[in-house]
Design a protein around this ligand. Structure first.
Ligand code: GLY
Length: 376
């Protein structure tokens, strides 16, 4: 898997990332770093008062990956403290949403997998129960937020592994049933024939009728938000790895082929693959997430197919290297992540999720990503 040149490029890249994280972990500590999308400013404490934010699992997740790679007890301590602080989000409950998978899979479930801590196991099961409770049987989908009309979003594919884990962990098929129903409905309503993907689908909560497929974070309704494509590549690959259902593998492959057809050598993916040509906005986080999915695809397919996905993952990682910020004065790894086409201040800024998936992709090629999302 991956030839010698690619492996040595990735191991040098990982070494630089680990060196920087060893330093900035001391500066960030047990806080919840994020970027304010309205000001574009990264703040190591941005989310300390917004504990329900969907991004709050990524920093503890990075610290667990660092612990696996280096054995650094300080990183483990940060991860554990962040996990404990997140209990307050459970207590408050209001404000929690479909993204409890991102939040507790990379914090509590990572902890449980590494240390067998029973309190962490309970937290992960608690999160899975909240996620399962958001399932709408009429639509066959997990509802995203509470604030808008009932809708499901492609990003939620990344929360589904938590349900597969909970099913196996409790020997209770309810969780896996909900996960499968959601994945099947996403195949039907989100994936277009050409391998591109809708971001959001609005449904009638009483009848399940599909009402609208709006713009979401991309350039227009019917466009192709690259991070949404990346969530689908990785999310469907994970659904396959957690179930063995080859229909899910095929969807991941077809979205990957669409993604691969839209990226250029040496460049990050565009924020939207169907954006007007005069607006060249990029998204480093889409590259990092897609790279994780492509690496999993390369491992899952036969010998004669592997290179398609390995080469594409390497193309993305080489583009990410150009965006990597080596300065230890800056508390992030990637500069050019983007949140939403409609919010200009959220374009070409750092985001903790971009950094997380960069580290995870490099760790995968290094041979150990902790498998926080693959539950064999
Ligand atoms: N899950 C939210 C996003 O990808 O921006």
């Amino acid at each position: 898997m991956f030839d010698g040149n690619d492996k040595s490029f990735c191991s040098e890249f990982l070494e630089k990332v680990v060196k920087k994280l060893s330093v900035i972990s001391r500066k960030i500590g047990a806080n919840f770093p994020s970027t304010n999308s309205r000001t574009g400013k990264f703040d190591p404490k941005e989310n300390n008062d917004k504990l329900a934010s969907w991004t709050n699992g990524f920093w503890p997740g990075m610290m667990w990956l660092m612990y696996i790679k280096t054995g650094d007890e300080y990183c483990r301590k940060i991860a554990e403290e962040c996990e404990e602080k997140l209990d307050k989000a459970f207590d408050i409950f209001f404000g929690l949403h479909h993204d409890v998978g991102f939040m507790w899979e990379l914090s509590a479930l990572a902890d449980y997998k590494i240390t067998k801590n029973e309190r962490s196991r309970a937290r992960a099961l608690h999160a899975a129960t909240i996620l399962a409770g958001r399932y709408n049987p009429n639509a066959g989908m997990i509802r995203a937020w509470d604030h808008a009309s009932s809708r499901a979003i492609i990003d939620c594919m990344m929360n589904i592994p938590l349900l597969y884990w909970a099913s196996k962990e409790t020997d209770d098929p309810r969780f896996g049933y909900i996960a499968d129903c959601h994945v099947e409905s996403v195949m039907k309503h989100f994936i277009r024939g050409d391998g591109s993907v809708h971001h959001q689908v609005v449904f009638d909560p009483e009848t399940g009728e599909i009402l609208e497929k709006p713009q979401g974070q991309g350039a227009a309704p019917g466009s192709s938000w690259s991070r949404g494509q990346a969530w689908a590549i990785y999310g469907f690959a994970l659904a396959y790895l957690n179930t063995g259902n080859t229909d899910y593998l095929d969807v991941s492959k077809s979205v990957a082929h669409y993604f691969i057809a839209n990226i250029e050598d040496g460049e990050l993916p565009l924020l939207d693959f169907r954006a007007p040509e005069d607006k060249k906005y990029f998204d480093a986080s889409a590259a990092a997430i897609a790279a994780c999915g492509l690496i999993e695809l390369a491992k899952a397919v036969g010998e004669l197919e592997k290179k398609i996905y390995e080469n594409a993952a390497m193309k993305l990682l080489r583009a990410l290297y150009k965006d990597f910020d080596e300065s230890e004065d800056n508390l992030w790894l990637l500069n050019k992540c983007s949140a939403s086409w409609r919010v200009p201040t959220s374009i070409h800024i750092p985001y903790v999720f971009g950094d997380y998936y960069l580290l995870e992709a490099l760790m995968k090629i290094d041979g150990n990503d902790g498998s926080f999302t693959v539950h064999g």
